[in-house]
Design a protein around this ligand. Structure first.
Ligand code: ACO
Length: 331
């Protein structure tokens, strides 16, 4: 049976930088408040007309180059996003056409902040069974257009940004790659972090003038509930993965948590007794790009030389759903 490993990564952030100062022009907030509560200094926003499938193109080009592959080598696309270009069809289909992939399958995964780790688990299974040799896995989001950029939406709007990361999951006979993946959800908390409209169950039309007036087209978050659950679920699912593979906390080479909020990452680090060099954080530059944070952080960690062959790399996520997940890899 083949082992699934990451043969190449890439990432892309749109060029427009939005600082905390700039946000304070639209809403009653301040650089100090945002920095203290979230660790975020700035984030990136797309220009209008740009979707996640557009952001995914340069990320994919980089990942293919790093893996020494071309579009012809890719057998399958998994596109994790909670903000697809369109309601239908999926962003994976758009990327397939834009980059001239063959008539391969393209599967969108909508598990919000956990989308990339869920995608990794799907890729893992296809590689292990021998069905595919090279899978393109994307995590990409355009969150800026789901933000209420007024004082009313400030608790959520200051956190999120746009960006894309890509990873190629390839088959190897070597003793390396993904060791296990662990997936969870608890739908009791759907409304703690959700985007209500447009909705198929809303009737005709799927979004009304009244919905727009009520701001249902914006992402809504109960920050305190999200925080409370995140700081429990992250360590829980990381420990689950370590136990499964008989790995101790001190043996983690690098933990790449979903970049939800610096305070959440610091809490995980403290609860797990990890050193600074064992935990990746880049949220100060990009904010929370939902399904994009892990592959973007992975790409940066590789560039910074923070991962070496044989290292134990752990990915962990928590987000809307609630959903949470982890993956352990031997690099
Ligand atoms: N700027 C200034 N003031 C603000 C802002 C803002 N952007 N947002 C809220 N406030 C105000 C509130 O209105 C409130 O004012 P009041 O006391 O007059 O009512 C005050 O600040 C405190 O509000 P709280 O909600 O109690 O602030 P809290 O300390 O809980 O911080 C935050 C809010 C940062 C959202 C926090 O709850 C948090 O970190 N939650 C986790 C959310 C998260 O990280 N989500 C990531 C996305 S989900 C994911 O990826 C898992």
């Amino acid at each position: 049976m083949s082992n699934p490993y990451i043969s190449g990564t890439g990432y892309y952030l749109p060029p427009r930088v939005v600082t905390n100062e700039e946000l304070s022009n639209f809403m009653d907030t301040s650089n100090e408040w945002i920095l203290e509560r979230t660790g975020i200094e700035e984030r990136r926003y797309v220009e209008s007309g740009v979707g996640p499938s557009d952001l995914a193109i340069p990320a994919t080009e980089q990942a293919l180059l790093a893996a020494g592959l071309t579009v012809k080598d890719i057998d399958f696309i998994i596109f994790a996003t909670s903000t697809p270009d369109y309601y239908a069809p999926g962003s994976g289909c758009l990327l397939q056409e834009k980059m001239g992939f063959g008539e391969i399958g393209a599967l969108d995964v909508r598990v919000q902040c956990s989308g990339f780790v869920y995608g990794l688990s799907i890729a893992e299974q296809y590689i292990r069974t021998g069905m595919f040799k090279h899978i393109l896995l994307i995590g990409a989001e355009v969150q800026s257009t789901a933000m209420d950029l007024t004082t009313e939406g400030r608790d959520t709007a200051v956190i999120f940004g746009d960006g894309a990361g890509a990873a190629i999951i390839s088959a190897t006979e070597e003793d390396r790659g993904i060791l296990s993946t662990h997936l969870h959800t608890d739908g009791r908390y759907v409304k703690e972090l959700w985007l209500e409209a447009p909705a198929s169950k809303a009737g005709h039309p799927r979004i009304s003038k009244n919905d727009l007036d009520e701001g249902k087209q914006y992402l809504k978050m109960n920050g305190r509930e999200v925080f409370r659950h995140a700081v429990t679920r992250f360590p829980e699912v990381i420990i689950e993965a370590l136990k499964k593979n008989k790995i101790e906390q001190k043996d983690i080479g690098l933990l790449i948590p979903h970049q939800a909020n610096l305070r959440i990452t610091q809490m995980i680090q403290k609860k797990m007794g990890l050193r600074d060099d064992q935990v990746m954080s880049n949220i100060h530059k990009y904010g929370n790009t939902t399904a994009g944070t892990i592959p973007i952080a992975l790409g940066e960690a590789i560039e910074e030389g923070r991962i070496s062959e044989g290292d134990i790399v752990v990915f962990a996520s928590f987000g809307s759903g609630f959903s949470w997940a982890s993956a352990v890899m031997k690099w």
